[in-house]
Design a protein around this ligand. Structure first.
Ligand code: ZN
Length: 53
């Protein structure tokens, strides 16, 4: 499945998860920090990075 490990890693680093509905959103972390990104499912701005450890 993973043809390009580096690209996968880079994309994965830009994935956020909605705290409310668990929808994954791929976006720019800078935009998330500025509050410009909303969940397309529930319009929540409560996003967290997909990896939280
Ligand atoms: Zn949501």
């Amino acid at each position: 499945m993973v043809k390009f490990p580096e690209a996968n890693k880079r994309l994965f680093g830009n994935v956020f998860v909605c705290r409310k509905c668990k929808t994954k959103i791929r976006t720019d972390p800078a935009k998330v920090r500025k509050g410009k990104v909303m969940c397309r499912n529930c319009n929540s701005k409560a996003l967290r990075p997909v990896r939280k450890k």
